[in-house]
Design a protein around this ligand. Sequence first.
Ligand SMILES: C[S@@+](CC[C@H](N)C(=O)[O-])C[C@H]1O[C@@H](n2cnc3c(N)ncnc32)[C@H](O)[C@@H]1O
Length: 259
Amino acid sequence: MKKKIKNVLINEDCLSHLKKLPDNIFDHCITDPPYNISNYENKKEIGWYKSNETWKKNKKFFKINEEWDVFNDDEYFEFCKDFIKEVCRVTKDNGNIIIFGTYHNIYKLGFIIDSLKLRIINSIIWYKRNAFPNITQRMLCESTEQMIWFVNNNKKKAKNWVFNYKEMKMLTENKKQMRNMWDIPMTSVKEKRYGKHPSQKPLELLDRLIIGCTKKKDIILDPFCGSGTTAVSAKKNGRFFYAVEKNKEYFKLSKKRLR
Ligand SMILES: C[S@@+](CC[C@H](N)C(=O)[O-])C[C@H]1O[C@@H](n2cnc3c(N)ncnc32)[C@H](O)[C@@H]1O
C-alpha cells in the first residue's frame, strides 16, 4: 500500500523516522532544528554575574533550556550532518530546503551544506525588532535569526527551483522586490493561545517562506515541527505538510493548532 504523505503529523524521532521513508518524495523541506544553545554545563556564564543587578532581580528574562537542545559540539555537528543528508535524500531534486539558525549554529549548517556541494540561493535574515534585551552588557543585543535557503542539487546542476517572485513582491509595502531582511515581530501571545513552545516561530515568517518558495499543493516536510508552525502555514496557504516531532506535548500542541 502506498504510504500517505499529505497532511501527516508524526510523533517520533525524525532521524529514525526519515530512514524508513523512500527517496525523493517531498517537494520541499522547511525546518527549524535545535540550535544547541541549551548546554550550559560547560559555560561559566561569567556575563550573568557581571550583569546589572536590576535586571537580575527585577526583570523577567527568558533563557532557552530544553533537553532536546543539548549536544556537545562534535555530537551537534554529526547530528546536523545526519539530518541534512536525510532531508536531501527524501526531498525531490531541485526542491527548496530552508533551515533556520542563529550565530550559534548557522556557520556549522552552512559549512555542511557547502561541503555537500549544494546550491545556496540566499541567506534570509529575520530581524526581531522586539527581541529580548541582552542583560550581560558585554555585547550587542542579538536581534536576528537566519535562514539558509538552498536547492536540493549540486551547484552545477541546480535549476528550476521555485521562487514566486511576483507573489513576494506583492507582500512588500511598496510592491518592490522582496529583500532578504525581514522585519517581523516575535511570535505574538495570540499565536500561543493553544499552548507554549519555547521557540515557536511567527506564522508570518513561515507564510513568507511558503508563499515565496513553494507552489500550491506541494508537500512540505518539517522534521522538527515543534508547535507546528510550518504545518499550519502550509495548510493555510493551500500546500500539504509532513511534520515530525519527537516530544509528545509539542506533538499534541501541533495537533491542536492544526485543528
Ligand atoms: C526549534 S524547535 C521548532 C519550533 C517550530 N519551528 C515552531 O514554530 O514551533 C525544534 C523542535 O524539534 C524537536 N526535536 C528535537 N530533536 C528532534 C528529533 N530528533 N526528532 C524530532 N523532533 C525533534 C524539539 O522537540 C522541538 O520541538
